[in-house]
Ligand binder design. Structure first.
Ligand code: PA5
Length: 422
């Protein structure tokens, strides 16, 4: 791999000491199954081989469409919810776009009238708006109703040519595709063999990232390098194996909550992606680790108390960024404020001391995974997306659930649609 990506486990209290030979053998069998992909999940494994939806020709196509939009738009509205927007949002939120890029705006993820009105008011101040409607199953209420509202906005604002401003990422031969043919929208396939939360490396995630001006080729490279590593190493050193096997061991030992913790608040949206990935993939049949996250150092002043001394139900997975991307020192003045000890230190070092202190303190009490990445950039996001998607698949296998369905969300939908008269 071009950049560092390391997983370690800090377990000062020895909570994983009982992990047995048999458990390892079972996990290794699951690893070998996940590396080749199970035939019964063939219709959900399109992400396993990165090149399937992010090969050279696909990337060229995404970049061509993105370049056209970038040359004309000052706002690009991504209409989608759950897996249809989280990965792109994670990247767009964390990285700084090149100057002059269109603003990426998120829609189709709320039913709040206030938020939709706020969106429309914001769009009124833009000169040239394009939208990308992303929906695998175009029955989901949030993107469906947002598309209605935005079509009206585009028609009222741009007149008869409004449809040229619509990109649709939908399932071939289904409703969004038919609408594209009929009304002349630009169509991209939502991969039929990839479920929403596994679509980071497909047109669903990559087009919005490219429109925002990010280097999707570097991101895909990071994912492809991670794929080569995780799918070829069949030993107990495989990082996904260690992570998936041990988190399952901890779950069986009573640790039913995992907290993804980070000291760069820019990972907030990435954490939302991670929560969806693990929550929807594993939480079924009365099983599963509850995924949560903490943005430190801020959350040390709230949830930190619980983590250190509360119910022993959680373990932590830290994301540690090794290199600073900004150098900034809190220069003092001649006022005696009690912070003289910071003299000569950079924010990066102060933040790192906070991270190291936290990891040391927490890992004495609860098991802590630590993932070290070199920097926050496109390549790293590619590594992270693939590492967690593969680990999630493997972890689901070890747990004994289908990591690709989400039957539980039908219960509320059925009732909601009844109330709406569908
Ligand atoms: O991971 C999943 O499959 C889901 O969370 C979907 O992404 C989400 O429900 C949105 O579905 P759709 O793209 O069909 O609107």
């Amino acid at each position: 791999m071009k950049k560092k990506f390391q997983l370690s486990l800090l377990d000062g209290a020895g909570k994983t000491g009982g992990f047995s030979e048999n458990e390892l053998k079972y996990a290794l069998d699951c690893l070998s199954t996940a590396q080749s992909g199970q035939p019964q999940y063939a219709d959900s494994l399109g992400w396993l081989s990165v090149s399937q939806w992010a090969g050279e020709n696909w990337l060229k196509k995404y970049l061509e469409i993105a370049s056209h939009i970038r040359s004309d738009a000052d706002a690009f509205v991504v209409v989608g919810v759950g897996g249809s927007n989280q990965a792109a949002r994670a990247v767009v939120d964390a990285l700084d776009p090149p100057e002059g890029s269109p603003e990426i705006i998120w829609a189709g993820n709320t039913l709040s009238a206030y938020e939709v009105q706020r969106l429309l008011d914001k769009l009124k101040s833009k000169k040239s708006v394009y939208i990308d409607v992303i929906a695998k199953n175009f029955e989901t209420l949030e993107p469906g109703v947002a598309f209605r509202t935005l079509r009206t906005f585009l028609g009222d604002t741009y007149g008869s040519g409004w449809h040229k401003r619509v990109i649709v990422t939908g399932t071939p031969n289904m409703q969004l595709h038919d609408m594209s043919e009929k009304y002349g929208f630009t169509f991209l396939p939502f991969p039929e063999n990839v479920g929403g939360r596994y679509t980071a490396l497909t047109p669903v995630g990559l087009l919005p990232m490219a429109v925002a001006g990010f280097d999707i080729c570097a991101l895909v490279q990071g994912a492809a390098d991670m794929e080569s590593l995780l799918r070829s190493d069949s030993s107990q050193d495989n990082m996904a194996l260690r992570y998936a096997a041990l988190r399952n061991y901890l779950y069986r030992a009573g640790y039913s909550v995992e907290m993804l913790s980070f000291f760069e608040p820019r990972f907030f949206r990435f954490a939302k992606w991670w929560v969806q990935l693990f929550g929807e993939s594993e939480g079924k049949g009365g099983l599963g680790i509850f995924p949560s996250f903490a943005s430190y150092s801020e959350d040390l002043h709230s949830i930190g108390q619980f983590v250190q001394e509360g119910t022993h139900c959680l373990f932590e997975t830290f994301i540690d960024v090794e290199n600073p991307d900004v150098s900034l020192a809190p220069v003092g003045d001649d006022i005696d404020d009690g912070f003289e000890y910071l003299k000569g230190l950079d924010y990066f070092h102060i933040n790192r001391a906070s991270y190291q202190g936290t990891l040391e303190a927490h890992s004495r009490i609860l098991p802590c995974f630590n993932i070290t990445v070199e920097s926050i950039d496109e390549y790293t996001f590619g590594q992270l997306f693939y590492f967690f998607m593969f680990s999630c698949y493997l972890s689901g296998l070890i747990l004994g659930v289908n990591p690709f369905d989400q039957p539980g969300v039908e219960a509320y939908k059925k009732r909601m649609f009844q109330k709406l008269g569908k």
